[in-house]
Design a protein around this ligand. Sequence first.
Ligand code: AMP
Length: 286
Amino acid sequence: MQIVRSTRDLRQRLSALRNHSIGFVPTMGALHAGHARLIETSVRETASTVVSIFVNPSQFNDPADFAKYPRTLDTDAALCESFGASIVFAPSVEEIYPQPQQAFVDVARVTEHLEGKFRPGHFRGVATVVMKLFQIVQPDRAYFGEKDAQQLAVIRRMVEDLNVPVEIIGVPTVREPDGLAMSSRNQRLTPAERAIAPLLYQALQLAASRIAQGIRDPESIKQEAESLLTDPGIRVEYLEICDPDFMASVNHIDGPVRIAIAARLGSHESGSVRLIDNVLVTAPRP
Ligand code: AMP
């Protein structure tokens, strides 16, 4: 496996691989079993897999969050190699943004809610860097986690609307044994915060079970789910029942819905860790 730092070097190496399919897994590093599942899936389905490791400053609305984001390139590269990746692309910020960026990708509507509301500018940063990485790697298939369901919806829409020749593959969320969705941010949780973090998934599961039982009113379901999240160490930013394409809250549940949550763990604003999770549920027919 090769570790490549520059776009020029990457393009040169990829030119020798283009007669077979190329899979691409974009990440911000601090890799865990969730990322490994994406890499594994790409390795199984394509001839060569490129994993990018790039902590993208333009998608962080909070500079402190960007500064604190874990950076563990050596262990990340070892994980990529052990799961069969062909190339790790780990560019510097200057390599990706050699001059102030003037062209951006803005995806409307699906970015209006949830993360888009709580993290202004986040999805513009994500869509723009993913488009740049697609242009650099030119993969046949690209793999994204359902853990970031709204991001996956944004990328799907960007690729459809802008005719980007890449197939987007969604990969189910990998969880810890107690249900907590794996995330690079989990390593910043204190033991006390880690102990209550599974409540987020428990609240999602409670909401999902009520939908499965035939309850159709989102408000009553949300209230019941939120009643699990009253610990003072948890500050819920949103818990919403949404349509899976546009991520807008629904007034009535009558088809597939995504239940999405974002919460801060830790009582101090500056020291808190922000976690997100979601589940897809299909309501039974009446
Ligand atoms: P990140 O490094 O957090 O930007 O994530 C890189 C990719 O890994 C994104 O497509 C994420 O959705 C995906 N991912 C992160 N955590 C998980 C997880 N627990 N299960 C599946 N995919 C994940």
